[in-house]
Design a protein around this ligand. Structure first.
Ligand SMILES: [Zn+2]
Length: 331
């Protein structure tokens, strides 16, 4: 009996150790290595809130993305979510995928990898379908996961699934139905995301650290700030010297500077329907740029320079922002 108790205690001890280690580690985010052109530069476009079968000027924006994509010789495209309106995809055979993506972004320069997060509208459809590798058989450019990392040598891009952070979708869904498979309970799910992102950020040695989510941290558009992200995600971005937070959700283009760190908040959610006419706080000194209309954003990086540009539906540059970083020796 005494021997049994001793063995049980030893077993319990090891179970506790394993549990503590696994809690401390979290689940590692999947990382995709994206080799760049080899000249130390990285160029990509950022687009959000787009999939409307070409309507609401989606096709015009796509055309201009093609031209700018060629000029910049882009490496890939980042989508900030709300990929398919109004209610995501119904399944992997939903024609909306081809009608809103494959048939719209036809320019040669856009035949690159697309890295996408989910938006709240995507959660109103069959989420598993939008995440399914089967879509890559239809269009090899498509890659959408809940949260993951793109390692593009001089930059690491941390893609974060922000919709489950917003409690209102759970408690006040109105007449919408959300596909919450795999994210229930949301408190546990989001705590694990934050743990994973923090671990990845702490290990990152990239020159540029970029976090992408669907919901804004700071916005003067219709939806405004996402307070839960201000409270739970922003402190982590500040602590690990993230350079940019990029998002969609508000159907506009915005550039807002953090008041307490060098972080720049960049909204690119103007891939189709825009002109909401709802803006507040434009006179704030942290707001550098706001465009209530369709368009997209480009990001050009070298080890020491970053240039962000915003384009309207005609492909005209509306706003340009540059930052330099001193090279310092690796530790
Ligand atoms: Zn949205």
């Amino acid at each position: 009996m005494a021997k049994f108790s001793k063995n049980s205690m030893v077993l319990c001890f090891w179970l506790v150790i394993v549990f503590v280690i696994s809690c401390a580690n979290g689940v590692r985010l999947k990382k995709f290595d994206h080799p760049t052109k080899g000249d130390g530069t990285l160029n990509f476009l950022v687009l959000g809130d787009w999939g409307r079968k070409g309507t609401f000027n989606q096709s015009h924006v796509a055309q201009k993305m093609g031209r700018i994509g060629e000029e910049l010789n882009i490496d890939f495209v980042v989508s900030t979510g709300d990929n398919f309106y109004d209610n995501g995809l119904t399944g992997v055979y939903d024609p909306n995928f081809v009608e809103s993506f494959t048939n719209i972004y036809t320019a040669k320069s856009l035949q690159k990898q697309w890295y996408s997060v989910l938006g709240n509208h995507d959660y109103r459809g069959n989420v598993e379908a939008q995440l399914s590798p089967y879509l890559r058989k239809i269009d090899r450019r498509w890659l959408c996961l809940r949260s993951f990392i793109v390692n593009a040598e001089i930059a690491e891009i941390f893609m974060v699934d922000t919709t489950p952070f917003v409690q209102d979708y759970f408690t006040n869904p109105k007449d919408h139905t959300y596909d919450w498979r795999g994210v229930i309970p949301p408190n546990t799910y989001t705590a694990n995301i934050l743990k994973d992102v923090e671990k990845a950020l702490s290990e990152s040695r990239a020159r540029w650290k970029i976090v992408v989510g669907h919901h804004a941290i700071r916005s003067v558009g219709h939806h405004g700030d996402t307070q839960v992200l201000v409270d739970r995600l922003l402190p982590m971005l500040r602590a690990y010297n993230v350079d940019f937070y990029m998002n969609g959700h508000d159907h506009c283009l915005e550039h807002i500077s953090d008041t307490e760190s060098p972080i720049q908040f960049l909204t690119s959610g103007a891939g189709s329907k825009a002109w909401r006419g709802d803006v507040k706080g434009l006179n704030r000194e942290d707001v550098n740029f706001f465009h209530d209309g369709q368009g997209f954003m480009s990001v050009q990086l070298t080890p020491t320079e970053a240039e962000i540009k915003y384009y309207d539906v005609f492909g005209r540059v509306l706003h340009r922002w540059n930052r330099s970083k001193l090279l310092h020796s690796a530790i």
